[in-house]
Design a binder for this molecule. Structure first.
Ligand SMILES: Cc1ncc(COP(=O)(O)O)c(C=O)c1O
Length: 304
């Protein structure tokens, strides 16, 4: 293994330069640049998606592209491609880089602008890196702490929009890492649990799954997958306002997202959740998720 892109990757990637898509061109990573005048940089104004590549296929690509278009529509950002064209570019990214396991991002901004006004054409980029699973199934679980900062409320920026403005999220994550835990639980402005810095959050109580209401969080593609898997297994899923007391007294807790996949949470604010080990419902869902991401089906856009 070697260190590249800030993570451990296998030797094969050490010398290889990836090929990225930027505004209609395929260019080597070292030449994949965007102007300093881009509104994504100047104002954090843009939308994006983070998507997993498993076994040379793209997991739930259409669901991610749909959310990208909803975020863009809400921000009045014009995506200069059809959904089908964008999906094809993502597929081509996997093929050009022969990337069997990885993570890809789609970014769209309105393009350049020094003042509030934009000029020129929108910026579209598709790129990624070859990361594997964040945690193997059977991982002993992660530890969280409640962030001292609250999540940006819907009154300021609708959390369902996946925007390039991750300032708030970065601060939650940095605070958690500085405190020696893995991530933060973030409360909304009403004091209820919203989600983590970059993933959704569930608890279980008496064999029922509980998770925050969609109005106060990013409505995750993985969260929707958890709903499907849980229902298939006969578990009820309830979306409701959750307090920290609910979390501290839960039977089990886990987080989910394209990056985090399904990861058990075993400690919050120094309190063990359940018996401090991944619980049976979490382990079951984790196993089903790993299976789903290893099985061909309509949820995959095959590339390799
Ligand atoms: C703030 C936030 N919440 C939740 C998620 C999980 O969303 P998804 O499952 O669509 O990856 C993410 C993923 O990037 C995120 O950034």
């Amino acid at each position: 293994m070697v260190k590249k892109w800030g993570i451990e990757v296998s030797e094969e990637w050490a010398e290889r330069e990836l090929i990225f898509y930027v505004n209609g061109e395929w260019v080597p990573e070292s030449q994949a640049t965007i102007s300093v005048l881009d509104q994504g940089l100047l104002y954090g104004f843009g939308v994006f998606e983070g998507i997993r590549i498993y076994g040379g296929g793209i997991f739930k690509l259409n669901e991610h592209i749909d959310r990208l278009y909803r975020s863009a529509q809400s921000a009045q950002i014009n995506i200069p491609l059809t959904k089908a064209d964008l999906a094809e570019i993502c597929r081509e990214f996997v093929v050009r880089n022969n990337m069997k396991e990885g993570h890809l991002r789609i970014i769209v901004t309105p393009g350049k602008g020094y003042t509030w006004d934009t000029f020129g054409s929108p910026t579209t980029a598709v790129f990624g890196i070859p990361i594997g699973r964040m945690f193997e199934s059977g991982h002993e679980g992660i530890r969280l702490k409640t962030s001292s900062l609250r999540r940006t409320p819907p009154e300021c920026l609708d959390p369902r929009m996946k925007t390039l403005n991750y300032f708030n999220n970065k601060l939650h994550k940095m605070e958690a890492l500085a405190a020696g835990v893995d991530d933060a639980i973030v409360l909304d402005m009403r004091g209820f649990v919203s989600e983590l810095s970059g993933a959704n959050f569930f608890i279980t109580k008496d064999k029922t799954l509980l998770t925050s209401r969609k109005q106060f969080i990013l409505e995750g593609v993985t969260r929707a997958t958890v709903f499907e898997l849980a229902k298939k297994e006969g578990f009820q899923v309830i979306e409701e306002d959750l307090t920290l007391y609910d979390v501290y007294t839960a039977d089990e807790a886990f987080t989910c997202g394209s990056g985090y996949e399904i990861t058990p949470v075993v400690e919050v604010d120094g309190r063990k959740i359940g018996d401090g080990k991944p619980g049976p419902i979490t382990s079951k869902l984790q196993k089903l998720y790993v299976e789903l991401t290893h099985t061909e089906g309509p949820w995959f856009t095959k590339a390799l």
